[in-house]
Design a protein around this ligand. Structure first.
Ligand code: SF4
Length: 758
């Protein structure tokens, strides 16, 4: 209540290293240790106002001095404490003050804010004497303010749930397979469980998952739905589906919010997030209530969703930061559409708020086959010695000693290491100790100089914090490896020619994600490629009782011809000699049926080899090529070449931007050539991963190479048939495509040119 009603002034996110929870507890204990024996610690208080029951715990009360205390720990300069925090602290102690006056029948009370510096161990105390009647007025004022908001929110919830109960499907009928998916999602929400749903492209998965979960909200008392995607395109699809639902049901006051990354939402990327720098941070809390009301009024409208553009418009109108307005709105919106990071990351905002507020949330994870790789990145950390050297050189003299020490420890690490890459059996404890000392020293320095603009040092500092945090969570799910890069010229001249990259590499993110699945009321992971289930269950840490549904495809085997070029090997050692037959195969198909095709390869290098040879032999056939790091506009141009009734061949890499989540229906795409089994490269890192996974699950090769590889092939092949009227052809180019263990992983509706699919 205090947070909602009392924050005023600027948004201020200047670097202020907050004490850890342990430091906070120790600080509170230190303050209380100096209090007299009659001092009462942790005084539980409560009071009522109309329908509100207010409860809280004051840090301490001294009955002799008639003084109630609120203790706050901090480090650094107390004058740098943002004003909005100060207002909040005073609001809190005033509420406790009144509750104590009421409880003990006092006519006045002394209120004390005790700021305890956890570094110098000193107290700064601000004391004010307050009249009980004025405190009562203050209390009632805050309660009234909160109550009117709470009533509005309760009314919204009742209206929302009533409208959801009678919500109808926004299309005339379900598509084939869509109803089956929707029923499975509803059952999952009903039982509060987790579901893996493999459902083919084209059945309307976004609507088929959102609609039943919305329907489940009233009965299951769901506070929120989180729709999480791997890519912006998935977010847009979800927002369109929700806009359609709202349009279809004019009385449905459901609030839909899109989350955007800060760098994309920021209006002043050249400024810092505090009132002295950014005009949208200045007076942010003073203008937030109006901006919030305006946004929610739009959110309640039947046609509008609070997407990035809409939020920007509201924010600019009310002169508040769009990013932090969005963060505030999470609390008040019903459906939040965001990225995987927003829920699965180590410091994910949606997960954090859900735990703190005890929300009951239904989670939908779109294109969930991407979650494994994304989660591995979230829970991995690396430190580059080159970046460290740069930060070291530019660091202020006070940090020199501690960074020198870290440098020495760092250099000791690979001393015994002969190979360029090595996985260590355990963590480098001496190095981590030195790293921790460096972090503490930089933290203290930043506390003293919060406006430090040394980007090299700051970058290293944040990398080091992440590395250190993950080292504390290190276990069998991850490995510690060192990559040694030696510069021979420097090695000869100065003996400092070795740079290393240290990596805490997550292999199995399951142990990290497990809690996310158990904390949600229900979770649905859906995609066209989630085979085999155990692979995802093991690697993502899904609950034992996770259920599984494989929705049959709405497409017929007759729609898609499959050809397996089993006389070609695309293995690395056979690449050169595979080029000519692949070129012939593509040109033969093209001359039989000139149309639009996509040809997929395992790497840009392989792609280029085949493409150059193709161009030389068939200059008359239009071709276009994916290049590394294509910008969004270039990607759009690539896709625009696939015109209806057009002719030509787009060369692309498997697993890249054109191998999934693109839609080229009808004659825009007639066929695909997949010249690779998609297996990740056999290299030192992957081999170590294979060994580690093997030791945990005994399926090292399949989990490291085969399953991720074939999953990419099926995703790419899925670009060809998009509607029940499409016809197309797929060439699977590699002899291994005829092996039973591969065939078993291909979609069941494909008619393979073998007697029976294994
Ligand atoms: S607009 Fe940008 S700089 Fe300003 S407060 Fe928002 S995120 Fe920070």
């Amino acid at each position: 209540m205090c947070e909602f009603t009392a924050k005023q002034g600027d948004l201020d996110l200047r670097f202020s290293p907050a004490p850890s929870s342990l430091e906070g507890i120790t600080g509170h204990d230190a303050v209380r240790a100096g209090r007299p024996s009659h001092y009462q610690a942790e005084v539980t208080l409560s009071g009522e106002f109309k329908q509100l029951l207010i409860r809280g715990r004051a840090d301490g009360f001294d009955p002799v001095q008639n003084l109630v205390e609120e203790i706050k720990t901090f480090r650094g300069d107390l004058r740098a404490l943002p004003d909005n925090h100060r207002y909040l602290h005073w609001a809190q102690i005033k509420i406790y003050g009144w509750l104590l006056c009421q409880k003990l029948g006092l006519s006045e009370i002394r209120l004390a804010l005790v700021y305890f510096d956890i570094v110098t161990k000193t107290e700064t105390t601000l004391i004010e004497l307050h009249d009980a009647n004025l405190l009562k007025q203050y209390f009632e004022n805050k309660c009234e303010h909160f109550l009117s908001w709470a009533k509005q929110e309760l009314a919204h919830r009742a209206q929302r749930d009533q409208a959801l109960t009678s919500l109808g499907f926004p299309h005339p009928s379900f598509r084939p397979g869509q109803r089956q998916l929707a029923e499975a999602v509803y059952r999952t929400a009903y039982s509060g469980r987790c579901l893996i749903a493999q459902a083919p492209t084209g059945i309307g998965k976004t609507m088929g998952t959102l609609f039943p979960l919305l329907k489940a909200c009233p009965r299951q008392k769901l506070d929120k739905i989180f729709f999480l995607t791997a890519k912006t395109s998935g977010r847009k699809l979800a927002l369109s589906a929700l806009a359609l639902i709202k349009k279809h049901e004019p009385e449905l006051p459901i609030r839909v919010l899109e989350l955007t990354a800060r760098d994309k939402a920021c209006e002043h990327p050249d400024k810092a997030c505090h009132g002295n720098s950014c005009p949208l941070a200045k007076g942010f809390y003073d203008r937030l209530p109006r901006a919030r009301n305006a946004a929610l009024a739009i959110g309640n409208e039947h046609t509008d969703v609070l997407d990035r553009d809409m939020l920007r418009t509201v924010a600019i109108q009310h002169q508040v930061c769009p990013y932090y307005l969005t963060q505030d709105l999470i609390r008040w919106c019903d459906v939040i559409v965001g990225d995987y990071n927003h829920y699965f990351d180590l410091n994910a905002v949606l997960y954090g708020l859900m735990i703190v507020n005890d929300w009951r949330a239904g989670v939908l994870t779109d294109e969930a086959h991407n979650l494994l790789d994304r989660a591995r990145k979230m829970y991995s950390a690396d430190l580059s010695q080159i970046s460290f050297r740069i930060a070291h050189r530019s660091a202020p003299p006070t940090l020199k000693k501690v960074l020198d020490h870290l440098h020495r420890r760092w250099n000791e690490l690979p001393k015994e290491q002969v190979a360029a890459y090595h996985v260590y059996p355990g963590l480098p404890h001496k190095f981590l100790e030195a790293l921790q000392q460096a972090i503490s020293a930089i933290t203290d320095y930043l506390t003293e100089y919060p406006a430090l603009s040394n980007q090299d040092l700051l970058r290293f500092y944040f990398d080091a914090l992440h590395f250190s945090r993950l080292s504390e969570l290190f276990a069998e799910h991850s490995m510690f490896d060192v990559n040694k890069v030696t510069n021979p010229a420097r090695a000869r001249s100065k003996n400092t020619g070795t740079n290393t990259r240290l990596c805490l590499r997550n292999i199995i993110p399951g142990p990290f994600l497990k809690d996310r699945f158990t904390a949600a009321w229900s979770t649905v992971l859906f995609s066209a490629t989630l085979t085999p289930m155990n692979y995802y269950k093991d690697m993502l840490g899904l609950p034992e009782d996770v259920s599984w549904i494989d929705v049959p495809s709405p497409f017929q085997g007759e729609q898609l011809k499959i050809r397996v070029a089993s006389d070609i090997s695309t293995r690395y050692r056979h690449r050169e000699r595979s080029v000519a037959p692949i070129v012939d195969l593509i040109s033969d198909q093209y001359s039989r049926k000139p149309a639009n095709y996509l040809a997929f390869f395992s790497s840009f290098d392989y792609l280029r080899k085949v493409m150059l040879s193709f161009r030389e032999k068939h200059p008359e056939i239009p071709i276009w090529e994916q290049t590394p790091g294509m910008e969004e506009l270039e990607q759009q141009e690539f896709l625009a070449r696939f015109k209806p009734m057009g002719c030509g061949i787009g060369f692309a890499v498997l697993g890249g931007a054109f191998a999934e989540a693109i839609d080229l229906p009808g004659s825009r795409l007639t066929g695909a050539f997949i010249a690779t089994l998609g297996l990740p490269q056999v290299n030192l890192v992957n081999e170590q991963m294979r060994e580690r996974i093997n030791s945990v699950y005994g399926a090292g090769y399949n989990y490291t190479y085969l399953f991720p590889g074939v999953q990419k092939v099926v995703q790419a092949a899925g670009r060809v048939i998009r509607t029940p009227s499409d016809r197309g052809i797929i060439y699977l180019i590699d002899d291994r495509f005829s092996r039973p263990e591969v065939l078993r992983l291909l979609p069941r509706w494909w008619k393979l040119p073998f007697a029976s699919q294994a």
